[in-house]
Each structure stands twice: as C-alpha cells, then as structure tokens.
Design a binder for this molecule. Structure first.
Ligand SMILES: Cc1cc2nc3c(=O)[nH]c(=O)nc-3n(C[C@H](O)[C@H](O)[C@H](O)COP(=O)(O)OP(=O)(O)OC[C@H]3O[C@@H](n4cnc5c(N)ncnc54)[C@H](O)[C@@H]3O)c2cc1C
Length: 377
C-alpha cells in the first residue's frame, strides 16, 4: 500500500490548481450571480485533457486513473462546486455510459467529442415522481418505424439547459421492472423536447433543467449500444460516480476550511487573532481531521475503481462519509467567520449551500444507508 501521490498525480493537482486560479476564479462571482454557466470553459477543460483522466488512451482519454480524476474534482470543487458539477455531469454522468456501452458510432460522435469539450452532455434519470426509486421511472420509449418516441418528464437534470446531447433513461417495456429501462443518446436542441431552467439555492452557476418529452422522436441509432436494457450500466455508473462526487465533497470542505483558517489567523478580537481561542482551534482541528479521513475514503474508493473492484456498499460508504463531512465542515466554517460567514464576499456560505446538494444528488444519504444495510443481509 502506498499513501503518497505519484509525481504525475502531483502534476495534475498543480496544473488544475493553477487553472482554477487563472481561468475559473475570475468567472465565479458573475456566474453565480447570473446563474449562468460560461460554456466556453468546456473547450479549455477539453484542451487540457481534464475530462479524460480515467479513460484509456486507446479510447481517447489521458490514460491515468480514478485517483487522478478525484484530484481534478477536489481542485475544481475547492474553487467552485457549480463549475465542478457541470464538469462532473458531463465527464462522468454523460460520457461514462457511452464509453462503457456505446456503439463505435456513438463513441465517435459523443464520447470523443465530449472528451475534447466540443459537445456538452447531460444525463437524465430522475423524474418528478421518481428520484430515489429510479426502478419505477415512468418516462416511456415507444417503438415506431425507424426509432422510438419518448414521452414523460425529467427533473433536476444538470447541464440540460446548455447540453448538446443528453442520455435519457426510459422504459422500453410497459412493465415496471428494471430490465425494461434503456438509455438513449439524444441530440439537442430537439423540437419535441422542452427544457426549462430551474432556480436553485446551491450550485447556482451550474444550470439545471426540467425536461418535457412531447412524443419526441429519436432514431434507432440513439439507443445506447444498439440494445434495450441498460439498467446495469446505470447502476455501475452511479456507483463509480459516488466515489467521484465524494472527491467533490472533499474539495468543498477543503475550500471552506482554508477560508476559515485564513480568517481565524487575521480576524482580531480584543487585539488577538481568533485562532488563539481554544474553541476556534479545536473546531479547525476537527475540520482538518474530518477532511483527511474523508479523503482517505475517497482514495480507497478510487483505488477500488482502478482495480475493477468497487462494490455498491463501498461506494455508498464513501459517499455517505464524504458528503456529510462536507456539510459539517462548511457549516463550521460559517461559525468560525461569525457574521462574515453569512456575507457573500466570503465563500463559506456558498460552499455550505453547495455541499447540501451532495447529500441529495446521486442518491440521498438515506439511500446510501439503505444500500450499505442491504449488504449485511
Ligand atoms: C442540483 C441537483 C442536480 C441534480 N442533477 C441530476 C442529474 O444530472 N441527473 C439526474 O438524473 N438527477 C439529478 N438530480 C436528482 C437527484 O439525483 C435526486 O434529487 C435525488 O436522487 C433524490 O430524489 P428526489 O429529489 O426525488 O427525492 P425523494 O426521492 O422524493 O426523497 C425525499 C426524501 O425521502 C427520502 N427517501 C426516499 N426514498 C427513501 C427510502 N427508500 N428509504 C429512506 N428514505 C427515502 C430521501 O432520503 C429524502 O430525504 C439532481 C438533483 C439536484 C438537487
């Protein structure tokens, strides 16, 4: 077992950290206030090879590993989770299933174009009535000559308002079984698909959509992998994504911790830095210890992914620990800043709002507990 990051991993971390400072930091405030994502950043991420970290070179990726992917995520999230979410919804949720199960043509049109940041992707699984219980999703794909017609709606879909393509989970058989769920890769915009943008408390700059399918026609070659029945692909994708979003959670926690530590060193009360108060020092100590332990869990999960040995319960444990850590740490950061913690000129309020998204998205903490408890039976 080796706990040290390799030279390549350190180089990735330094590259992304620099990129965040020079390219993302100047955009964050405006993007958050206008709740608009600056899509031109996708090409820059593509040029740096940041989408392809965990994908093999022969498929167009950078040929590194899941640890590298988690390093990128932590750095992006320590800057701004809304940017990290848009990156993640594209680089994992939209691209991974195409990489895993797409036809050669789908890989060329969506996966490779996506890696280069020439196309932006989204992944539409959740629905108004089925967020946690995805097996019961209701969107239908009805077979017609030359393709399918999609009918139904999807809710809370990251990147949907800015996407050029979207993976859509739909029922290809009338029965409510998981075998009846298939994935379609749908080009956007589409005249029979309406996408409206939602206003959110967290990750405001990441654009999230409500989608209505009005008997939307998609051709046969939109069916992922050319075959019906993609539920196992969805489950495996969500499982790996739980490790990924946990790295995002560590990044948010670290960003809030660093801001709180800076503040504690410089904020004077009765002429002394508040860091001198034992209560503040202890709070920061708890935060630092929790972040380090969550990061260890994330790297363990990534190590499992790289060995093709990630089981659902392990992924759920990683997500439960890391995302709940982010909520606690970011709240503690607000407490350390006092009144300043509520002001927008400091980032800790934003980190806390954003951290709440991650105890919900990709399965709530209760759903992670259900998955872990099921593994005991
Ligand atoms: C900002 C944002 C971005 C998102 N992006 C995407 C995306 O890109 N693609 C996508 O498909 N989805 C996306 N989602 C949807 C997300 O995955 C769902 O919101 C999440 O799975 C929870 O579903 P729900 O909101 O319908 O909550 P519900 O399922 O209605 O849950 C409500 C409450 O009931 C609890 N609960 C439900 N079922 C159980 C159970 N069996 N046992 C115990 N407790 C239970 C939950 O834990 C929760 O506390 C996004 C969500 C947000 C907020």
């Amino acid at each position: 077992m080796d706990f040290a990051l390799s030279t390549e991993h350190q180089q990735v971390r330094d590259l992304v950290r620099k990129f965040c400072q020079s390219e993302i930091a100047p955009l964050v405030q405006h993007a958050e206030e206008t709740e608009t994502f600056p899509t031109e950043i996708f090409r820059k991420w593509g040029d740096l090879g940041l989408f392809g970290m965990r994908y093999p070179v022969e498929d167009g990726g950078s040929g590194m590993d899941k640890i590298a992917d988690c390093i990128v995520r932590e750095e992006l999230s320590a800057m701004a989770q809304s940017f990290a979410t848009s990156w993640s919804a594209h680089s994992h949720l939209a691209l991974w299933p195409v990489w895993r199960a797409g036809t050669p043509d789908q890989k060329e049109r969506y996966f490779r174009a996506g890696l280069e940041g020439r196309k932006i992707g989204a992944f539409a699984l959740s629905e108004p009535d089925t967020g946690s219980n995805i097996r019961e999703l209701k969107t239908k794909a009805v077979k017609v000559p030359g393709g399918y017609r999609l009918r139904g709606s999807k809710l809370y879909i990251s990147n949907a308002p800015i996407a050029n393509f979207m993976l859509v989970a739909a029922r290809t058989l009338p029965d409510l079984t998981s075998e009846a769920i298939s994935l379609f890769v749908v080009d956007l915009p589409h005249s029979e698909i309406a996408i409206s943008k939602l206003k959110k408390e967290g990750i405001r700059a990441s654009e999230t959509g409500l989608i209505q399918f009005d008997d939307a026609f998609v051709p046969d070659d939109a069916l992922l992998g050319g075959r019906e029945g993609s539920y196992p692909v969805i489950l495996d994708s969500l499982s790996e994504n739980r490790v990924g979003v946990s790295a995002n959670a560590v990044g948010m926690a670290r960003g809030a911790f660093e801001a709180a530590l800076d503040f504690a060193k410089t904020r004077l009360v009765s002429g002394k830095p508040i860091l001198n108060f034992q209560a503040i020092g202890h709070r920061l100590a708890d935060m630092a210890a929790e972040i380090d332990s969550a990061r260890c869990m994330v790297y363990y999960g990534a190590w499992c992914v790289d060995r093709n040995a990630l089981d659902y319960a392990t992924a759920a444990k990683v997500k439960l620990i890391a995302t709940e850590t982010a909520v606690r740490v970011t709240e503690n950061a607000i407490r350390i800043l006092g009144g300043a913690g509520i002001m927008r000129e400091y980032p800790v309020g934003r980190f806390h709002r954003d951290s709440l998204v991650y105890i919900i998205g990709d399965g709530t903490s209760d759903i992670q507990r259900n998955i872990i408890a099921r593994s005991f039976r």
